[in-house]
Design a protein around this ligand. Structure first.
Ligand SMILES: [Ca+2]
Ligand SMILES: [Ca+2]
Length: 136
């Protein structure tokens, strides 16, 4: 019988269910890992899942975890903010193009809870005129 426990530093964006389980020898079980990017503004989040057990050969097992968040100003979700995002927003606002991939919040570049041409201007100012970066 192996007793496993999954643990990590406190990360509100990463969760596991169950966090502790008992697996009889010769069997297996699933642990469901969930990522939640709600209210995350930074592009990268790192953590390490640590699987502890009573197995003397494999204790603990460490699994690096990385979450990339496509945020405001990155409507095409390529994790870069550049002129292609300006084009994406112009297409979305004025030409019936696809909605921002990460969600509609990505089009609200200036965080005023509106999605319109001022967001395009804000993004152009950031990219080409040293304006403030997208985000709240
Ligand atoms: Ca982008
Ligand atoms: Ca806005």
């Amino acid at each position: 019988m192996i007793v496993n426990a999954l643990d990590w530093l406190t990360n509100y964006w990463l969760s596991a269910n169950p966090r502790t389980l008992v697996i009889p020898a010769g069997n297996n079980s699933n642990i469901y890992i969930a990522f939640d990017a709600t209210n995350l503004e930074n592009p990268n989040y790192d953590a390490e899942l640590v699987l502890s057990s009573n197995d003397p050969d494999e204790n603990p097992v460490r699994v690096p975890v990385n979450l990339k968040v496509a945020g405001r100003g990155d409507p095409n979700a390529d994790f870069k903010v550049n002129v292609t995002d300006v084009i994406y927003l112009v297409n979305y606002f004025f030409k019936g193009g696809p909605a921002p991939i990460p969600g509609l919040f990505a089009a609200d570049v200036n965080c005023d809870n509106l999605r319109n041409v001022t967001d395009v201007i804000y993004l152009v100012n950031y990219l080409f005129k040293g304006g403030p970066k997208p985000g709240c």
